[in-house]
Design a protein around this ligand. Structure first.
Ligand code: NAD
Length: 431
């Protein structure tokens, strides 16, 4: 099939590459010409495990193309995926400016039947909005369908998730669009993954329900972590006991520094604003959000109780919002670093993939090439992201390099007993 992907960020680039790898002809359109030029030259603009190899192969094979020419991108394909960003605005709403711009361009340039697929995370009712914008902008009447096909990939495992999704949700009110979309995804469904066809509005809500559920589990554990700290319980043991219940399961039960990233924070906020817009209560999700905001300060609070932060040097390991990605949007580490700088600390930082992005948004931070160099002569270490490479380091060397043996383990990757035995002043979360 001939496909157009609009937006070449984490979702668009992985989806476009994945669909090209299944044999489709894919054109990726972005307003950012620098990005499309770099991609067309065969260089990746994001760090995503496993993406490089299939990206290069499909680009070379001519199945994957990049352009900033909207007319060509709209006219050459029958299916157009909208994968642009939908960030939060100050009212907590999803900012739909980019989605609306794309809808206008599609309406203006369409030259035959198109399926317009909303893959961006958008509030319920957005398919109707996109439909009306396309109609308003059509130069002559041309038939089209708008489909909701929310994306569930996880950064850091996005290629695997594309190839092996838990489910594919297709929200549509058109038999023709249903047939074409299910045939497009047939090869993925070959792996026994269900394609669920449903109405458009339910599909739109499923995406927010999924992210809000995962965010709720994280805030749930973070709130319980305080009870563990007050009473001598261990949140990891609690999570294990809880997760063994087959009705609950073990995933997303980790206490820590709160959720970050480009999805959970903005999607929980957008769900709150959508519920309010429709005169529905949003208390549960407001609490989830509030708990998360509070959790972002936990590491600094813990550090304050053992160290005079002003004029100290604090090392931070991990800047990305989670391991295996270079994405730093809403990363707890950014909040922690800025907070510490405001309190007068000097920051030394290390991340295996996110330093380039971090340099663009952080001032006055000294970045290092490896975790050991980062902590040399620092007064304390904060672990903000649980990259695998931090799990098995030589902690005796860490103790020697640190000026004071203070570790705030914001992701509970070390064993508190072992750390104390090694002579660290160690604090995890909820343990
Ligand atoms: P991103 O910010 O990485 O990429 C968005 C891209 O869209 C950018 O390259 C930008 O230049 C481009 N763009 C903006 N306006 C445009 C326009 N008018 N025409 C063409 N291109 C335009 O965003 P992302 O992380 O890929 O997320 C995209 C959407 O998918 C969001 O709605 C997000 O919530 C959702 N989503 C993201 C993830 C994730 O893990 N990142 C997972 C599931 C769903």
């Amino acid at each position: 099939m001939k496909l157009t992907i609009v937006g070449t960020g984490y979702v668009g680039l992985v989806t476009g590459t994945g669909l090209a790898n299944l044999g489709n002809d894919v054109i990726c359109l972005d307003v950012d010409k620098t990005k499309t030029d770099v991609l067309a030259k065969g260089e990746l603009t994001i760090y995503e495990p496993g993406l490089g190899e299939i990206f290069k192969r499909n680009l070379k094979g001519g199945r994957l193309k990049f352009t900033d020419d909207a007319i060509k991108a709209v006219q050459e394909s029958e299916i157009i995926f909208i994968c642009v960003g939908t960030p939060s605005n100050e009212l907590y709403e999803a900012d739909l400016t980019a989605v609306e711009d794309v809808a206008r361009a599609i309406g203006k340039y369409m030259n035959g039947y198109k399926i317009v697929v909303n893959k961006s995370t958008v509030p319920v009712g957005t398919a109707d909005l996109v439909k009306s914008i396309i109609k308003e902008n059509q130069q002559k009447e041309v038939d089209f369908d708008v489909v909701s096909n929310p994306e569930f990939l996880r950064e850091g495992a996005a290629v695997k998730d594309f190839e092996n999704p838990d489910r594919i949700i297709i929200g549509t009110d058109s038999e023709k669009a249903e047939e074409i979309m299910t045939s497009l995804y047939r090869s993925v469904a070959r792996t026994d993954r269900p394609i669920m066809v449903t109405d458009i509005k339910s599909a739109e809500i499923v995406k927010y329900a999924s992210n809000a559920m995962l965010a709720t589990r994280i805030s749930f554990m973070n709130q319980l972590s305080y009870l563990c700290e007050r009473t001598g319980g261990d949140i990891k043991e609690v999570a294990k006991g809880l997760g063994l219940d087959s009705r609950i399961g073990p995933r997303f039960l980790h206490a820590g520094l709160g959720y970050g990233g480009s999805c959970f924070p903005k999607d929980v906020k957008a769900l709150i604003s959508t519920l309010k817009k429709h005169d529905c209560d949003s208390d549960l999700f407001e609490a989830v959000h509030r708990i998360n905001e509070k959790q972002r300060s936990v590491a600094v609070h813990k550090l304050k109780s053992v160290l005079e932060i002003n004029e100290s040097t604090v090392a931070v390991w991990g800047i990305s919002f989670k391991p295996k990605t270079d994405d730093i949007r809403e990363a707890p580490a950014l909040h922690i670093i800025r907070n510490l700088q405001n309190l007068g600390a000097t920051i030394h930082a290390y991340d295996p993939a996110a330093v380039k992005n971090a340099k663009e948004v952080l001032d006055g931070v000294r970045f290092f090439e490896n975790p050991y160099e980062t902590i040399r002569d620092s007064d304390a270490l904060i672990i903000a992201t649980e990259w695998d490479e931090f799990r098995n380091l030589d902690m005796r060397a860490v103790k020697v390099l640190l000026k004071k043996p203070v570790i705030i383990d914001g992701r509970n990757i070390y064993d508190p007993e072992e750390m104390r035995k090694l002579g660290f002043q160690y604090a995890g979360v909820g343990r």
